[in-house]
Design a protein around this ligand. Structure first.
Ligand SMILES: [Zn+2]
Length: 512
């Protein structure tokens, strides 16, 4: 432990940092970090005021908690205070009145026209005295100027200078959690920040205008630059989801997910999906029940949950056509299919996934006509409701190899009958879904499962197997594919598996 530091020691440190006469400085501080200070908080305040002089200005956040220096400062004679429910400041000096004026008249807490926006415009500085970038309020100004997708409107109540209780709706409000600690090294690299030890505290002085410029560049490259990377921080996961959702709006395709692979509780399912920017679900089971077995009240709850979370149902996954074709009656299948169509209409979906019956290779020719006729009827009924029947390629069924899929879809010949393209299943029958399959077949795809696997059959994360997922996504984007990419992980169900698969998809998209 060093001896107590004096006001002059602090002044010397501030000068070394580059603080001068006429400087305008926003101070975020921690008194205890300095060690023992001769004269306490007042010595720190005096050092600041004397360093910037009469023509300079010192500003501090109005203390909400136990910030000793800011607390003492705010109660000094000659200090102006801005009226604001969340980001009030105190200021003393030449620009104090100007900086603190009309804070609550501004549409945002930290943007243009607020004390922070004005500080930037005036070429001011930010002093972090024993605190890190997480305390740097002007980073909110950068978020505001970047108009980041995770910012939202928030309502606050406060009492104005006349004692009148008021309500304010603040635009582009962030948080609650963020993590801007990583910006520190960038500010150093770009030489817009100086660091000096004052007492026991590491002090940082940052040029606010240059900082905003650099932050805007960083946020343009990575809108999540100010968010933490902890996968268990629900707040940052949600904010990253908003960024992803905004990113998907630039695409022609819709990103969807197989709901039952995510969770069985709709609320939980949607929360996990929102974290990946996904607002569309391919539904097969919820609450452990098949969708067609839901009671009217369960349907209502599900619909309400979807509405509240602004989700839609991309399609419904049925479990029909899974028997050997020799054992089924056409009427039974159509009856069952109609039940699914009813539910597809209730949930306003675009497609119903079906299988194409298990069949032995030598029996294909015998049952082919029965299959085509059945698919034709299904496509006719579905088409009347503008719903597309999609048949998923699957080993052991009529639609196992790509040539078989193409042949059957051509024979059914309906705009409402298409392929649910599962690249992993093509890999399973030894086909290369990109290099080995004709573009004609790819154009039949209405839904593409983002599923990967090794030729040996082992499921993999998207981009880790033999199913050429990246090439497929890339070529479909070149064609402005406007159907669905659906994440349906085969590696396992649940939050963790789903997030691994979805993160792998995002990695592929962000490296194209
Ligand atoms: Zn976080």
């Amino acid at each position: 432990m060093k001896n107590a530091i004096t006001k002059d020691d602090i002044k010397k440190g501030l000068k070394k940092l580059g603080l001068k006469k006429k400087s305008i400085v926003l101070v975020h501080s921690s008194l205890s970090s300095l060690g023992k200070v001769d004269g306490g908080p007042m010595a720190v305040i005096k050092a600041l005021i004397e360093t910037v002089g009469k023509k300079g200005t010192v500003m501090m956040p109005y203390p909400l908690g136990n910030a000793t220096i800011a607390k003492v400062f705010s109660s000094m004679p000659g200090v102006f205070r801005s009226v604001h429910p969340v980001h009030s400041v105190s200021a003393m000096g030449a620009k104090a009145a100007y900086l603190t004026r009309d804070h609550d008249k501004m549409p945002t807490a930290c943007g243009k026209g607020t004390p922070f926006g004005k500080l930037v415009d005036l070429g001011g500085h930010i002093l972090l005295l024993g605190v890190d970038q997480d305390r740097n309020t002007v980073l909110h100004t950068a978020e505001d100027y970047a108009d980041l997708p995770y910012l939202s409107e928030k309502e606050f109540r406060y009492v104005d200078e006349k004692g009148v209780e008021k309500t304010i709706v603040l635009k582009r409000f962030p948080g609650p959690h963020r993590n801007s600690i990583g910006m520190d090294r960038i500010f150093l690299e770009k030489k817009i920040m100086k660091m000096e030890k004052i007492g026991n505290a590491m002090a940082r002085l940052i040029d606010a205008r240059k900082m905003i410029k650099i932050c805007l560049q960083e946020l343009k490259n990575n809108p999540a630059a100010f968010l933490c990377e902890n996968p268990n921080c629900a707040d940052c996961v949600m904010q990253r989801g908003k960024i992803k959702e905004a990113r998907l709006k630039k695409e022609d395709f819709t990103l969807s997910a197989a709901g039952s692979k995510v969770a069985q509780e709709p609320e939980e399912m949607m929360k996990i999906l929102q974290g990946q920017g996904i607002k569309s679900i391919e539904l097969d089971t919820v609450w452990g029940k098949k969708i067609v077995e839901l009671s009217p009240s369960e349907i209502d709850i599900l619909k309400q949950t979807l509405r509240n979370n602004k989700f839609s149902i991309s399609g419904i996954r049925s479990d029909i056509n899974r028997d050997p074709i020799s054992e089924i009656l056409q009427e039974d299948i159509i009856k069952e299919f109609k039940r699914y169509l009813d539910f597809a209409q209730i949930f306003d979906t675009k497609y119903v996934v079906v299988s194409s019956f298990y069949v032995l290779q030598q029996d294909r020719a015998i049952h082919r006509e029965k299959l085509i006729s059945l698919f034709k009827s299904m496509a006719d009924i579905a088409g009347k409701n503008r719903i597309t029947v999609v048949v998923e390629n699957e080993p052991g069924t009529f639609c196992a190899r790509s040539s078989e899929c193409g042949e059957i879809i051509d024979a059914v010949n309906s705009p409402f009958f298409k392929l649910a393209f599962n690249p992993a299943n093509f890999a399973l029958v030894g086909e290369k879904p990109f290099l080995g399959i004709s573009p004609h077949i790819r154009r039949m795809g209405f839904v593409f499962y983002v599923n990967d696997a090794l030729f040996s059959g082992e499921p993999q994360l998207p981009g880790y197997g033999n199913a050429e997922i990246k090439e497929l996504i890339s070529i479909l984007r070149c064609w402005c594919f406007s159907g669905f990419f659906c994440i349906k992980p085969e590696i396992g169900s649940g939050k963790e598996n789903f997030n691994m698969a979805a993160n792998a998809f995002w990695h592929l998209l962000e490296t194209m």
